[in-house]
Design a protein around this ligand. Structure first.
Ligand code: BDR
Ligand code: CA
Length: 318
């Protein structure tokens, strides 16, 4: 039996690879993509999502356009964050061909609530964007958690940061939304933070293997990852030279093969107030708060397993 999945994206280069994986994985039934602001404005993330689905021949998967600004306004102006570097990693000139496909008429949050209320089978939610849409849906109907067997979130960081010294982009963009999601009482919440995604990097060897598959999807995937490698070389050079994380794809890889990440239960709190630590995920690895774990957090990943799985999925799906 296939597993029903809803992917919430802000496409985005790594989102694009996540969409390919989710659409190709035979064990997953990608019901829809919902889009949020984040890597770009929500109009652009929606078009990019449609472009990828069209490229891979999955234009039948509906796309619902979501919210375009944070659930709660950011209470102060920031100094010293590096959000402006995003264009190098997620260029506006998106490397997939234009499309005639259009988003569905219904807004994403409305569709999420309606679908999760109506479903007779539990659904897996995979938000790999700011948690704006999910928090808004929960605010409309907190009981939608009952329809979700697992929520797998790309976001946060324990020992790293990519927007500030301690905050990761998806959480930093809308920390109040993240707080709503972490406190919503999901049956099982899996957090895939930077600590794990930076352990599953792709290198130029991996992109040349993809390129040798000779299909439009494989070529675009290789272009996208090479763009990321170039961007990381410039902005956040990695321990392994000429390599980059492909964050969002690791969440889908986990659904395909849970052994691709190492998870353990911890209590996670979201910093929503302090200007210095704004948007940080505070993972209580030493159980100092004595609070009951509310998440399974991935602090490690298996790069080889991830890359093999990705290569096979793109090779078989093309
Ligand atoms: C996350 O932020 C976005 O820029 C990426 O698409 C990913 O979801 C990484 O911090
Ligand atoms: Ca993303």
């Amino acid at each position: 039996m296939t597993r029903k999945v809803i992917l919430d994206v802000d496409t985005g280069t790594d989102d694009a690879i996540a969409i390919m994986l989710a659409a190709y994985a035979p064990a997953l039934d990608l019901m829809a993509c919902t889009t949020a602001w984040g890597n770009h404005d929500v109009g652009t993330t929606t078009t990019n999502t449609l472009r990828i689905l069209d490229l891979i021949g999955r234009g039948n998967i509906p796309v619902y356009k979501g919210l375009g600004k944070p659930f709660a306004p950011i209470p102060f102006l920031f100094e010293g964050h590096v959000d402006s570097e995003r264009e190098i990693i997620h260029p506006h000139d998106f490397p997939a061909p234009p499309t005639q496909l259009k988003a569905a008429d219904q807004p994403a949050v409305e569709w999420l609530v309606e679908t999760l209320r109506a479903t007779t089978e539990q659904v897996t939610l995979v938000p790999v964007a700011p948690l704006t849409n999910i928090a808004a849906a929960l605010t409309l109907d907190p009981k939608i958690t009952e329809a979700v067997d697992e929520i797998v979130i790309m976001g946060g960081a324990h020992a790293l940061g990519n927007v500030t010294a301690s905050a990761e982009a998806n959480i930093w963009h809308d920390p109040v939304a993240a707080d709503v999601v972490f406190q919503a009482g999901f049956e099982r919440l899996v957090l895939v933070p930077l600590d794990a995604t930076h352990k599953a990097n792709m290198s130029l060897e991996h992109t040349s293997a993809l390129r040798s598959l000779i299909s439009p999807a494989a070529r675009v995937a290789a272009d996208i990852v090479e763009q990321r490698i170039h961007g990381y070389n410039e902005t956040q050079p990695q321990v392994q030279p000429d390599s980059a994380p492909v964050h969002d794809a690791l969440c889908i890889a986990y659904l395909m093969d849970p052994a691709v990440i190492d998870i353990a239960p911890y209590h996670v709190a979201i910093e929503t107030v302090s200007p210095v630590g704004f948007g940080k995920t505070i993972v209580d690895v030493a159980a100092r708060t004595r609070k009951k774990p509310n998440a399974f957090v991935a602090l490690d990943a298996d790069a080889e397993r991830f890359n093999k799985l990705l290569y096979e999925a793109i090779s078989e799906g093309r």
